[in-house]
Design a protein around this ligand. Structure first.
Ligand code: MRU
Length: 342
């Protein structure tokens, strides 16, 4: 896949408009950080790592806009930009991690704003490249868990489109295929935003990875029938006691446990938030029309009936076989020990 987001040579942010996929591959180009913030909110770009990089690039655009202000005004304006970007979506750790990483650069130098801006732009570009490297390491670590002939179920889209490139949950699959293994993907549709049907299916098809789409409610039966060998999903945040990921992940994990099917979570360390527990996390609730109206077009619920739209759910560690990071594959205890200081 082509990168989902890039910093251009003329200092703009270029991203795939994921709301138009799979029908149209169109790019958006932004030079105002406010537009980047909107693009995160309305999900032109989505997926925790991609959101993180978009947030970093948004901060970089803000430094360019404000670089000729006196330092106090620059800092105040950057603080406002950071708040705006952080307010776009509440659940993915990467958003906050990325803005804080940019803020650290701003706070730890005595340079004047034009130089700070250069440093922040450079850091945003580094972050984008790091994301690809991290995903490839997740791919290597996770590919060892896959056997020739495996069919892997994934939920939502934690592929190239959810990152800068290569993906997290799809990385082990990509690497295993590169190693010559015969691997097939089952993507569940992932109501209500249909990231599985629209995005995972799109990128697998684009990259010639064998993929079939099922309705969300089919995965339990498919497991019972022996048609799924492993499950790999991504995550938006890993706390010390659970994994937060796209709504529906918990039910897939329960079905996997009941059917003794390995269930792995692919998580770059930028998604780890191990000093937090479940109660610290805000689960995003999106517009109820995403549930009541299919793709914003056809209303499927009677007028006057309320819909609830939780965007993420919570999967306890006891349902997980392991977490795949760029550093290895871990149990809950191993993960906490390894990343205690992170
Ligand atoms: O609402 P989205 O599309 O941003 O949700 C995406 C997910 O839940 C992904 O599984 C998660 O961000 C991991 S992406 C590598």
């Amino acid at each position: 896949m082509i990168p989902s987001i890039e910093w251009t040579d003329d200092n703009k942010v270029k991203m795939i408009d994921q709301t138009l996929l799979p029908h149209e591959l169109k790019f958006l180009i932004f030079e105002d950080y406010r537009d980047v913030a909107v693009s995160i909110k309305v999900m032109n770009i989505r997926g925790a790592p991609a959101i993180g990089v978009a947030a970093a690039m948004g901060m970089a655009l803000a430094t360019i806009e404000y670089k000729f202000l006196p330092i106090e005004k620059f800092l105040k304006s950057m603080d406002e930009a950071a708040h705006l970007i952080k307010s776009t979506r509440p659940t993915a750790s990467n958003l906050f991690w990325a803005v804080d990483r940019m803020w650290k650069i701003i706070a730890s130098t005595n340079e004047m704003p034009p130089v700070i801006s250069e440093l922040v732009v450079e850091e945003a570009k580094i972050m984008a490249q790091e994301d690809i490297n991290v995903n490839k390491s997740i791919g290597k670590n996770g590919a060892d868990l896959l056997e020739d002939g495996d069919t892997v179920l994934t939920h939502c889209n934690a592929g190239s489109l959810a990152t800068v490139q290569y993906g997290t949950a799809l990385a082990p699959i990509r690497t295993a295929i590169e190693q010559g293994k015969d691997i097939r993907v089952i993507a569940d549709e992932t109501r209500p935003r249909l990231q599985g049907a629209q995005l995972t299916a799109y990128e697998c098809h684009y990259d010639k990875i064998p993929v079939k789409v099922i309705s969300d409610t089919s995965s339990g039966l498919m497991m019972m029938l022996g048609k799924i060998d492993k499950v790999i999903v991504g995550t938006d945040r890993v706390t010390s006691d659970a994994v937060f990921n796209k709504i529906g992940t918990y039910l897939v994990a329960l079905a996997a446990k009941d059917n003794k099917i390995p269930f792995y979570v692919a998580a770059p360390s930028s998604t780890l938030s191990l000093n937090e527990t479940i109660g610290d996390v805000t689960i995003e609730q999106r517009d109820s029309r995403e549930v009541s109206d299919v793709l914003g077009k056809v209303q499927i619920v009677p007028d006057g009936v309320e819909c609830l739209n939780y965007a993420f759910d919570i999967t306890p560690f006891r349902l997980l076989t392991g977490i795949i990071t760029e550093h290895g594959v871990f149990t809950q205890e191993e993960l906490i020990k390894k990343y205690k200081e992170y």
